[in-house]
Design a protein around this ligand. Sequence first.
Ligand code: SF4
Length: 366
Amino acid sequence: MPWPASPELLTPLAPWFERVRRDLPWRAADLEAPHPDPYAVLVSELMLQQTQVATVVPYFTRWLDEFPDPRALANAEDDAVHKAWEGLGYYRRARFLKATATSVAAEGWPADLAGLAKLPGLGPYTAAAVGAIAFQWPTPALDGNAFRVLARLLLIDGDPKDRAADLRFWLAPALGALGPSRLTQALMELGATVCRPSPACERCPLAGHCAAKLAGRTGEIPPVAKRAKSTSSALWLVAFEAEGHVLLHAPTPKGLLAGLWRWPTFLATVHLPQATAQNPQPTRAWPGWTQVYTHRREALSPLHIVLADRFTPAAGLRWVARGELQGLPLGKRDQRLRDLLDRPGQGPLEAPDPAALIKACAAPSV
Ligand code: SF4
């Protein structure tokens, strides 16, 4: 059966959004005009990928204070950019934002959707969202929330992402009729606050003609995606300290923790009794925790090993003055050990042999 026309189905979203919309610092008051600050829209869209609105708000405000426009961000040091992102996770987004700001500072904003989609880190969704919200282009932006709302509204069986091209074509007339910025934000708001995985249909402005609701099938549409298998590992997370310095991996340009400083880690396979006459280094430990990443879990045991002298570190590791530690960008896992260093610990019941760990971190002797 063909879908009913989009303006007909989606019109109730406009007055609903005017009534309920949250006052967020990146939202413009005027939903008809192009946004006065496209850069603010871009920052908010990158921050909102994978992160809740409530978490993003204070980061967004601090970010705009520190890097108020594309040129300020383009000229910022990488460490400062990662530091401002510290705690938001998925740090690739910060690097993409800087790369995009660099392009915009040099060449200005692209003139169309294809140009936006070529900017670093702007996939089809983010490019379309920035096009609609910042520039009022009728570019249909489909993220997970929008796919869920539309799959239910139109009773789409199977993965709605497989119908992305059809849905974009279907949505375009409603963007023209209701306003690209207004409709894009209204769909996002409905998916985030009402048509959640467990929907609150009694509060929904579309309930009167939502096909999944009328068919009693909201619980099964869209189908829940299967999660990829995650791997797990048990690690020592180690802060070596000597002569007022701590040992860290310097940031690398690629990988899960790219751009961030990291403590050395070691597979927790070596267990020796606690400090003895043969193992005299003062060692502190704290209760461990499990760090969960998208496809990986780490069971971490934090350690602080104080040495009399610095050794020559292996490639990629650096001794950093302890006083500089607070100013460096660290991921959540590594921030946690940084903060533990200021708290009392206890001698571990079992600890790895420090000599073995030092050997792993030291430059090969010649
Ligand atoms: S009626 Fe329910 S399932 Fe349908 S769009 Fe609204 S909240 Fe979602």
